[in-house]
Design a protein around this ligand. Sequence first.
Ligand code: PEP
Length: 253
Amino acid sequence: MSRKTVIAGNWKMNKLASEVPAFASELKAAITGAYDCDIVICAPYPLIPALNANKDVVGMGVGAEDVSAFEKGAYTGEVSVSQLKELGPQYCIVGHSERRQYHNETDSSVNAKTKALLANGITPIVCVGESLKQRECGLTKDFVNSQVVVAFSGISAEDAKKCIIAYEPIWAIGTGVTATNEQAQEACHDIRAELARIYDQETADSITIQYGGSMNAKNAADLLAQPDIDGGLIGGASLKPVDFATIIMATAK
Ligand code: PEP
């Protein structure tokens, strides 16, 4: 079984392109020890050229935060996958709960976006996760599995292996309330079991599954030590170079 640990920042609508060079050098300076992961920063489109220009400072990958499900045409404000490809990111988040909540992202648009990214050689980071109400009603596993089933519908095992899944319980995102190690491990394990059911165990075992939701410099090591958690998708703490570096170094074997 070989899968990559990926620590990805999700900057959301924070920071300016002009702040990227200082962030990159501060992050580099703050990484004072070993680590065993790929580092990625996902940011709004206007920041991608600056991230690309500074990616070698830290040895990081660059990601977008969304892409249109449509190929081209009259979709004012949307960015197509070919336009995104020209910007040169290697990753793109799809189905983040904030986009599901505020921008009507659905499981089927997540599926269309995932396919478009795969067809263009960009790694999708597919976000899934339950609300507090769903968790309290004991629906976490069924709900998250249903998101996974639709997101990966019509995607071959070979392509599925190129994807990253981020398990992000909505109640933990930006709230300071982190899932316990056991809750996060159980959900990531259930996602892997569902992937094995859809594909096969070998495919499931090769897909990176991140945890996201108030991961920070203090709780990262314990979360990352869980057998089915292969990294993190990190919002708030990824904006602070020292905290992000601490999370990165928490992957050291
Ligand atoms: C996120 O937005 O993907 C996220 C996990 O945010 P935070 O780390 O701030 O909870």
